[in-house]
Write a protein that binds this ligand. Structure first.
Ligand SMILES: [Fe+2]
Length: 266
């Protein structure tokens, strides 16, 4: 059994999850709006399957379903596990070799209102890591407080797409967040787009890209559920190129298994 699938199993994947044979280089997408009809992501289950097929063709083995947990989306947290299980059953019937894991994209403004049980239902792969979405605009002190609050509650934060929250002090703020135990998730497709590639490379050169995810919303358009080409690009950028296995394999595997990663090695 591939390493990643074994880790997913330890992370208490839904019983209906498939454990397909995948190549050893199989990838994990930690941020994807693949659940059908719950937020601004997949429109229906066929759209979800379309995203999963894109992912499988790109070498992705497991996808964390990360619906928005935010005031403007009515996602019922106690329904997430059942929706993940239903999607896994559908993908198995369709022969799509991807396992969907639990997760959520938790807005920083939502953290304090979540009970321990609710947080546990939203952690990536049912581990201890929470995908934390900054509030619109530049990263602020409130995000730092939420990362520290999550740490006090025994969780670690994965900061979603900081490249969408650019400011003059963004690097400094990200370093403070990492100092408080957070890691940084960058959007894979932005490494490949002409308008954003230079900025993403600079973020990586600063050592502030720790995992790549798709943040895909639909198979009908927008960012695809793909990672491989962005990892190739990242593999050309020092200092992270020397640690590409940690970024591509070690960190996502540990996150969905709920393991503690310690400090990034760069
Ligand atoms: Fe997202």
């Amino acid at each position: 059994m591939p390493v990643i699938v074994a880790r997913c199993s330890r992370a208490a994947v839904a019983e209906t999850a498939v454990a397909p044979e995948r190549p050893p280089s199989a990838l994990i997408d930690l941020h994807c709006h693949i659940l059908p009809g719950v937020d601004d992501g997949a429109l229906d289950i066929r759209d979800s399957a379309g995203l999963a097929r894109q992912a499988a063709a790109d070498g992705i083995e497991a996808i964390c379903a990360t619906p928005h947990i935010r005031h403007d989306h009515d996602v019922r947290i106690d329904e997430v596990a059942g929706r993940v299980a239903a999607l896994n059953s559908f993908l198995a019937e369709e022969g799509v070799p991807v396992t969907v894991l639990q997760g959520g994209e938790v807005a920083e403004t939502a953290v304090e209102g979540l009970s321990e049980e609710e947080l546990g239902r939203l952690t990536l792969g049912s581990g201890r890591w929470v995908l934390l979405e900054p509030a619109p605009g530049p990263l602020g002190d409130s995000l730092q407080r939420r990362v520290e609050l999550l740490a006090e509650r025994g969780r670690r934060a994965l900061i979603a797409h900081p490249e969408r929250h650019v400011s003059a002090d963004m690097y400094e703020r990200l370093r403070r967040l990492v100092g408080a135990g957070a890691l940084v998730q960058a959007t894979a497709d932005f490494f490949l787009q002409e308008h954003s590639a230079a900025g993403m490379a600079a973020l990586a050169e600063a050592g502030l890209v720790h995992v790549l995810s798709s943040d895909a919303h639909s198979s009908h358009g927008g960012r695809p559920a793909k990672l491989a080409a962005a990892f190739e690009r990242l593999g050309e950028i020092e200092p992270v190129a020397s640690h590409i296995e940690w970024i591509r394999d070690t960190a996502p595997g540990a996150i969905v298994a709920g393991e503690d990663l310690g400090e990034p090695p760069f």
